[in-house]
Design a binder for this molecule. Structure first.
Ligand code: 1CP
Length: 335
């Protein structure tokens, strides 16, 4: 069993730096693409044998030190009674978004039966994997942004307007999501997930003041509730340089950062927690010499085999060549 990822999460010294990549399962990999040619994303996610196969592919092909459950952040809203369509080339679409304060009550309590298949996927993975399995959920802000906007956004105007116009309804929405997230992650941990990551992909659009007022208490509640499970808890977001002091000030083991902040600055602001990141995903498309010198720079800044997990600063792009990624994993392992 290779558990250097878990050791690094807990801040222990490891023999070599653990590596995994956000969005490593799917998109860029040949086995996944073959399966996707035959099945929809939701069909794959709901078929434990196939989903497990997708989670396993990067372990063999890329040589990474952790597997991530093949699922999507939108499974939680689905388990809370929201109808979500996954549209190719766009992402999640909600035809009846929560675009008015009265609609918050449409969100039902988390119903584990609606995502029961994940337990089976996790059990299959645990019986086959020789690296730890990471479970995950979207964070309340990022999930709320899809529920309110109805689809992907790069300005989140409706979300931020909702937040300031209807602070009480916003609180209700964030609380309902947080309770659901806790149950959802507890379910994954009970089934065998050995670490959990909260993806707050879009929260970096907020000011530090907004983050503290509208988001932080809810995220804190989630991490506090999960402490008793004993598994490492990872908190990831992008564009978080402006809010990093608050973002990192939650009760968790690992903070994931993107490439818009240097690892040395992030380390300074994060303090004693472990750090995960932060290669620009586009760097995987650069010539090897450029990629290598960027990675050398990152490793120089970290300068330690304690409390560091090599990862991207955001998800792996579909265009990447897995031979390059494998070479990179071997290179980081050799350092
Ligand atoms: O490693 C993996 O790719 C497998 C598991 C996984 C994960 C961790 C999927 C499957 N989705 C996610 C997380 C996820 N989903 C996030 C958080 C991480 C991030 O920021 O990238 C987010 C924001 C989503 C929402 C989502 N689902 C999007 C993004 C839309 C946007 O606003 O930009 C998309 C395109 C999807 C569909 C989806 N989910 C997963 C895959 C492999 C796909 C693509 C489907 C396909 O084209 O085959």
């Amino acid at each position: 069993m290779n558990d250097i990822f878990l050791s690094a999460c807990r801040g222990e010294r490891v023999s070599r730096i653990p590596v995994w990549f956000m969005r490593q399962a799917g998109r860029s990999l040949p086995g996944y693409r073959k399966l996707r040619a035959k099945h929809s994303l939701l069909k794959l996610v709901q078929s434990p044998e196939l989903a497990a196969q997708v989670s396993m592919e990067p372990i063999e092909l890329l040589g990474v030190d952790a597997a991530i459950l093949f699922a999507d952040i939108m499974l939680l809203p689905i388990a809370m009674g929201i109808e979500v369509r996954m549209v190719d080339g766009i992402g999640p679409v909600i035809d009846a978004p929560i675009d008015r304060a009265e609609k918050v009550s449409q969100l039902e309590p988390f119903d584990a039966e609606r995502v029961e298949y994940l337990n089976e996927t996790i059990r299959i993975l645990r019986s086959k994997l020789s690296v730890p399995l990471i479970g995950f959920s979207g964070a309340p802000f990022t999930l709320a942004s899809y529920l309110i906007e109805g689809k992907s956004s790069r300005s989140w105007i409706k979300t931020r307007r909702f937040m300031t116009e209807h602070p009480e309804s916003w609180k209700k929405l964030m609380s309902a999501l947080s309770v659901g997230i806790i149950k959802y992650l507890e379910m994954q941990i009970s089934a065998g997930a050995q670490a959990v990551q909260l993806f707050d992909s879009w929260v970096g659009c907020l000011s530090p003041e907004e983050y503290r007022t509208y988001v932080l208490p809810h995220v804190q509640r989630i991490f506090t509730a999960l402490k008793k499970t004993g598994v490492p808890r990872l908190h990831f977001g992008t564009h978080t340089a402006g809010i990093l002091d608050d973002f990192a000030n939650v009760d968790c083991e690992v903070i994931g950062v993107d490439w818009r902040v240097s690892l040395s600055e992030a380390k300074r602001r994060i303090g004693r927690k472990s750090i995960q990141g932060n290669l620009d995903p586009a760097m995987l498309l650069a010539p090897w010499t450029t990629l290598k010198s960027t990675v050398d720079g990152m490793l120089d800044e970290v300068n330690s085999k304690k409390g560091y997990i090599f990862n991207l600063g955001h998800g792996m792009l579909p265009e990447v060549d897995h031979a390059v990624v494998r070479r990179l994993v071997e290179y980081v392992h050799s350092k």
